[in-house]
Design a protein around this ligand. Structure first.
Ligand code: UDH
Length: 288
């Protein structure tokens, strides 16, 4: 159980106070505009001098209440990643979180498997450090209001409730994709994501079914602050609509304890601690 009264970042004897429950320096509604050319990684790094290599931050003046791994599944979306890094780092710092950003890059130009990348992100991040919860973050979603706190809660949380592309409305009630947050133990309890979704769609609905099956209910913050802007894109090459997704989804309940974190096959091709994120390139194999 995650309690905001359980600081866990190893600074207990540092004499620092715990960070306040309500971060004092939030901006509220955010104004931003990238005009297709977000700042370079170098520029963002120069403007985030408090970051440690690998995209790690620990508030300097208080003990963070939450330790969070941010996992971004990624391939060939560098412009979006540049925008997200510029945008997200200052928000998380204003929210006084102990965090590290992991970009999980799929090696080679084979069919995309976002769910596998997220499983890999979880496994690699939890080997790297101890975290209270994990945020899975699409690379193209930019938060519009920093009062939406990336603070851990006791229930799995769907953060990207209102996205501009969908008219700031939730497309359907069981949606659990985009930006989501789970406790470290909750993710393990549902055996993570399925590894079987190749191409676009299905893995998020499968996760919802896993959570439901294990008795979790999800929460959503109010749509007035859980607002995101989606960076423009067409469907990516190597990520075509997965026509098998409904068939796989029909077996979630029977297969979830065999198909997930406990059976993910991959090899890490490279790890690079850049100033803004830890880049992990992984070979996830192919569907057959
Ligand atoms: N992603 C990549 N590279 C890819 C595919 C997906 O990095 O080649 C990641 C990225 O983090 C992205 C996430 O996976 O934010 C989700 O993929 P998506 O953006 O394709 O999914 P979304 O539901 O888009 O946002 C739906 C298809 C849009 C088609 C638009 C046609 N007008």
């Amino acid at each position: 159980k995650i309690s905001p009264d359980t600081p866990s970042n190893g600074q207990l004897n540092s004499g620092l106070p715990k960070c306040p429950i309500n971060p004092p320096n939030l901006y509220g509604k955010l104004q931003f505009h990238f005009n297709q050319t977000p700042p370079s990684f170098e520029w963002t790094a120069q403007n985030n001098r408090n970051l440690k290599p690998g995209g790690f931050y620990n508030p300097p003046n208080c003990i963070a209440r939450y330790r969070i791994a941010i996992i971004i599944p990624h391939r060939s979306r560098e412009i979006h990643l540049r925008a997200l890094m510029w945008h997200l780092h200052p928000i998380l710092q204003r929210q006084q979180i102990y965090y590290k950003v992991y970009v999980i890059q799929q090696a080679y130009n084979l069919e995309f498997n976002k769910a596998k990348l997220m499983n890999i992100g979880y496994l690699e991040a939890t080997k790297d450090d101890s975290y209270d919860c994990i945020v899975f973050h699409d690379v193209d979603l930019l938060l519009e209001d920093d009062r939406l706190l990336y603070h851990c809660t006791n229930t799995p949380k769907h953060l990207s409730v209102a996205i501009d592309k969908y008219g700031y409305r939730l497309p359907y009630p069981s949606l659990f994709g985009g930006v989501t947050m789970l406790g470290i133990d909750q993710f393990r309890d549902v055996n993570g994501y399925s590894n079987m979704f190749w191409g676009w769609g299905g893995e998020d609905d499968d996760m919802f079914a896993r959570l439901f099956t294990r008795g979790y209910s999800i929460t959503r913050p109010p749509y007035q602050i859980a607002k995101y802007r989606m960076s423009f894109h067409h469907r990516d090459k190597g990520n075509k609509l997965n026509l098998l997704r409904y068939e796989i989804l029909s077996n979630t309940v029977t297969k979830m304890m065999r198909d997930g974190l406990n059976g993910v096959k991959y090899s890490v091709v490279g790890v690079d601690k850049t100033p803004l994120f830890t880049n992990i390139t992984a070979d996830v194999g192919t569907a057959i």
